[in-house]
Design a protein around this ligand. Structure first.
Ligand SMILES: Nc1ncnc2c1ncn2[C@@H]1O[C@H](COP(=O)(O)OP(=O)(O)OP(=O)(O)O)[C@@H](O)[C@H]1O
Ligand SMILES: [Mg+2]
Length: 475
């Protein structure tokens, strides 16, 4: 029920209660007043008629006195009659010497008041005057009072109710509705369009406070946005720095990889210049030069793509393909360290940013190779798994499908005391110049942004890092 209606109902109930109590008390008071008035009137009339009858009795005899009483009876609406001294009511009145007044109810429920006034004529004669009057008029009066009160109450309730309702809707309902709309807009993130309530009561103060709150929220949101932007920019810088470190690590391998096609190009070019190659051989040499340059372009483009700074771009990609590209980039480094690479698994689709996932795989594979000081086999497995994500990724803890990239090395393993720190930025156990400690923290951040998670299992020999990415399907 709306607030204005509730207030109006409470107001009407209160008014009705007060008016009813007041009416009951007024009727009671007026009945008492009426009855006091009637009995006093009876006594006055009784005494007057009694005195007149006594005077006539003494001078003109009993019969004339009775006539006086009958005349008085005729003149008033009150019934007046003489009671002989032998009458029970007269005896009581004469013995007490006081007039008595009682309220009586007739056989048909009619109410009337009877008053007996003692009268002493002389030593031998005494009696009483009895006055009785119907109280029908009193009943009618009470009825009329009740009706009047009822009519007044209904009119008052109607007028006050309409007024209270109109004021309630105008002063409470309408501003409340606007406050609710404003609160809803704030909930939806709209902090603009201030609420203008032109009233100087509590609701007006609430509206002013809400507007002030919105202004503060705008400032806080702007600050939070700026901080988030700065954080993203720093994160991007860190990731870029990490990519450049990896490029540095791969540089000597790449240079070596470029050496062979470069030798081929210069050898073939020399053959053409010196005329060693003739006719069809010139064409063949030129083709060899073109293919060697293509190979060099591919290697350099791959490296540049990897190092290039760019915003996140997610699309459904084959994770297996991305892993294969990352492995081709680090191939020579692995060779140099006596590590052979093996890629297991097939197509597995997921919504990913290929460059970022390439960076993750490269970091894990380089770590694995660095841990395998005397070489060995490093296996990368891409497959679909069913797993429950840790609570910080999925609070519900439901089992679901993931594309898992497991990097399995045969290195020295990670000691238990290091395990809880390896994902911290700048945590490294490598010597100065060998590691920045960024690799795993960058990988962790990227995977988290993809809605996935990384697990690590390590024994004294061999470590397995498994990247879980939300699956996009499989073929
Ligand atoms: N496959 C692994 N085997 C053994 N230890 C590992 C392995 N991967 C990571 N670690 C440990 O975790 C630490 C942190 O790794 P992380 O990749 O974050 O930094 P880093 O390799 O030391 O430096 P960076 O990658 O920046 O050159 C490493 O120093 C190493 O001690
Ligand atoms: Mg590393």
């Amino acid at each position: 029920m709306k607030l204005a209606y509730k207030l109006t109902l409470a107001f009407i109930a209160g008014t009705c209660l007060i008016l009813s109590v007041n009416a009951v008390r007024r009727v009671q008071r007026e009945i008492a007043l009426f009855e006091r008035y009637v009995s006093r009137e009876h006594r006055v009339i009784g005494r007057t008629v009694g005195a007149a009858a006594v005077a006539v009795w003494r001078t003109e005899g009993r019969e004339r006195a009775m006539q006086v009483i009958r005349d008085a009876d005729q003149q008033h609406e009150i019934q007046i009659r003489w009671l002989d001294g032998s009458d029970a009511d007269a005896t009581v009145a004469l013995s007490s010497g006081q007039s008595s007044s009682t309220l009586l109810t007739g056989p048909h429920g009619e109410r009337f008041r009877k008053t007996v006034v003692p009268v002493r004529v002389d030593a031998g004669h005494a009696g009483a005057i009895e006055l009785s009057e119907s109280l029908d008029e009193e009943g009618r009066y009470i009825e009329k009072t009740i009706l009047d009160t009822f009519a007044t109450t209904v009119t008052l309730v109607a007028v006050c109710g309409i007024l209270a309702m109109a004021l309630g809707v105008w002063l409470v309902g309408r501003p409340m509705r606007r406050l609710v709309e404003k609160a809803r807009r704030v909930g939806e993130g709209d902090f603009n369009t201030p609420l203008e309530l032109r009233q100087h009561d509590e609701l007006g103060v609430l509206a002013t406070e809400m507007n002030a709150m919105c202004e503060r929220l705008v400032v806080a949101t702007d600050r939070a946005d700026a901080e988030a932007e700065a954080r993203i920019a720093t994160l991007e810088q860190l990731r870029h720095a990490d990519r450049l470190t990896t490029v540095g690590k791969l540089a000597s391998g790449i240079a070596h990889e470029l050496g062979t096609p470069l030798n081929v190009v210069s050898g073939r070019a020399r053959m053409i210049i010196t005329g060693e190659a003739e006719g069809q051989e010139v064409v063949e040499s030129a083709e060899v030069i073109v293919s060697a340059s293509r190979r060099m372009t591919t290697i350099i483009r791959q490296l540049l793509d990897f190092a290039r700074r760019r915003g996140p771009q997610k699309a459904e990609e084959d994770v297996h393909d991305v892993v294969r590209r990352a492995l081709s980039l680090v191939g020579h480094l692995m060779e140099k360290r006596g590590v052979s690479l093996e890629l297991v698994g097939g197509t597995a689709l997921a919504e990913i940013d290929t460059t970022q996932i390439e960076q993750v795989v490269t970091n894990l594979v380089v770590n694995g190779a660095q841990a395998m000081v005397s070489g060995g086999l490093l296996t990368v497995v891409v497959r679909q798994v069913s797993a429950i994500a840790p609570p910080d990724v999925d609070r519900v803890g439901a089992r679901r499908q993931w594309v898992a990239i497991a990097v399995v090395d045969q290195g020295r393993g990670i000691p238990a005391e290091d395990l809880s720190h390896i994902f911290e930025p700048f945590y490294t156990t490598k010597g100065v110049g060998e590691g920045t400690g960024l690799g795993l923290s960058v990988a962790y951040g990227i995977v988290q942004e993809h809605g996935g998670f990384i697990t690590v299992e390590s024994q004294t020999r061999g470590t397995t890092f498994t990247v879980h990415l939300p699956t996009g399907g499989q073929s």
